[in-house]
Ligand binder design. Structure first.
Ligand code: CA
Ligand code: CA
Length: 225
C-alpha cells in the first residue's frame, strides 16, 4: 500500500516535469517560450540560445525590465519606417505586450555599414538594456560539462553574468566595444559549467549599454577525447 501511495504521488508530480528529467526549480512559474512559429519549447544546450525567446511568465517571474513598455516591438516598430518590408507584422511586433524591449535586425540600421560580423536580417535582439535587468530561459542541457559561450552583441564592452538554477554560474566579458548599438560583433565571451544534464533554469543578467541577439554554447571536450 505504501508503495502504491508513492507511485500515485510520483505520477501526480509528472505534469510538472514535462520533457524528461527536470532540475528546474519547483517554485519557478515560468515556461519555455512557445508560439505558432517557435513550437519546439525549451532551447537546447549545446546550440544557439536566442535572447528574445526568454520564457513566458512575465515581469518578476521570467524577466525583470525597468518599465512595462516594450520600447522596440511596442513603440519604435509601430512607426511605419521601422516596419521594414523585409520583416512583416509578426517580427515588427514580436512580444509587444511584454516589458522586455525587443527589436530586429534592419536593413537601414544594422546592415548599411560594416560590422565585425553581419547579423542575419530580421534576427530578434534584446535592446534598451538597463542596469539590473535580467531574463530567464528554461533550457535542455544535453550533457553536463563546460561550454564555451559566444555572443552576438553590439556596443559596450560590458560584463554580463549567468545563473544556473538561481546560483551564480558565469561572469563573461564582451571583449570589444563596437561603434554603436547597431554595429555588431560575434565573439567568445567566457565559459559556463553545467554540473548536470537535463532541464535547467538559465538566467541572464545584463546592464545598460548593449543589444544582445544570441548566445552560442559549444561543449569544451576534455583533452585527449
Ligand atoms: Ca521595457
Ligand atoms: Ca529594458
Amino acid at each position: 500500500m505504501k508503495h502504491l501511495l508513492i507511485l500515485v504521488v510520483s505520477l501526480s508530480v509528472l505534469p510538472l516535469v514535462q520533457g524528461g528529467p527536470s532540475t528546474v526549480l519547483g517554485d519557478y512559474k515560468g515556461t519555455p517560450f512557445q508560439d505558432f512559429v517557435y513550437k519546439a519549447g525549451a532551447q537546447s544546450i549545446p546550440g544557439i540560445l536566442q535572447c528574445a525567446l526568454y520564457d513566458l511568465g512575465g515581469e518578476g517571474v521570467a524577466y525583470h525590465d525597468t518599465d512595462a513598455i516594450n520600447h522596440g516591438s511596442g513603440e519604435l516598430n509601430v512607426q511605419p519606417n521601422h516596419q521594414r518590408p523585409h520583416a512583416g507584422p509578426y517580427i515588427w511586433g514580436f512580444r509587444k505586450d511584454e516589458g522586455m524591449d525587443l527589436s530586429y535586425v534592419k536593413d537601414f540600421a544594422d546592415l548599411n555599414h560594416p560590422n565585425a560580423v553581419n547579423p542575419p536580417v530580421n534576427l530578434f535582439y534584446i535592446g534598451w538594456t538597463a542596469d539590473g535587468e535580467w531574463c530567464s530561459y528554461t533550457v535542455d542541457v544535453k550533457a553536463a560539462g563546460t561550454y564555451k559561450i559566444r555572443a552576438l552583441y553590439s556596443n559596450q564592452a560590458n560584463t554580463i553574468t549567468f545563473d544556473i538554477n538561481r546560483k551564480p554560474a558565469a561572469t563573461c566579458k564582451l571583449p570589444v566595444a563596437t561603434e554603436s548599438f547597431h554595429t555588431w560583433d560575434y565573439a567568445e565571451i567566457g565559459t559556463i559549467t553545467f554540473p548536470q544534464a537535463g532541464r535547467q533554469l538559465l538566467t541572464f543578467h545584463y546592464n545598460t549599454g548593449n543589444n544582445f541577439a544570441f548566445f552560442e554554447f559549444e561543449k569544451v571536450e576534455p583533452k585527449g577525447m
